[in-house]
Design a protein around this ligand. Sequence first.
Ligand code: SF4
Ligand code: SF4
Length: 109
Amino acid sequence: MPKAVIVNYRECTGCRICELACSIRNEGVVFTQLSRIRVYPFPPGLDVPVVCVQCDKAPCIEACPLGLLSRDPESGAVVIREELCNGCGLCMNACPAARAPLQRKAERT
Ligand code: SF4
Ligand code: SF4
């Protein structure tokens, strides 16, 4: 079973600091569109953080026409060869959480 970030939905206040921290840690910029975590607002008063849950049968892997997604044999995490991605977004469309690894690239283009 790969490691995954688990969200405690009961405690989330919707402050979005997690998005900022992820953007800075992984991209070196304050740009929450590039965060691996996304907090979706459902007004009034409901905020739902969504992350990749590292599905056992990850549909994002099958969805990529270029075969850029795979399972890292050591960590078990879904990984991407980001340098070859064209940003088509098919992996994101296949992801039940809309958190496929290349969502960031799709959102940049
Ligand atoms: S966005 Fe990139 S990784 Fe995702 S399906 Fe398209 S080419 Fe593959
Ligand atoms: S990106 Fe989506 S489909 Fe792929 S492993 Fe994560 S949650 Fe599952």
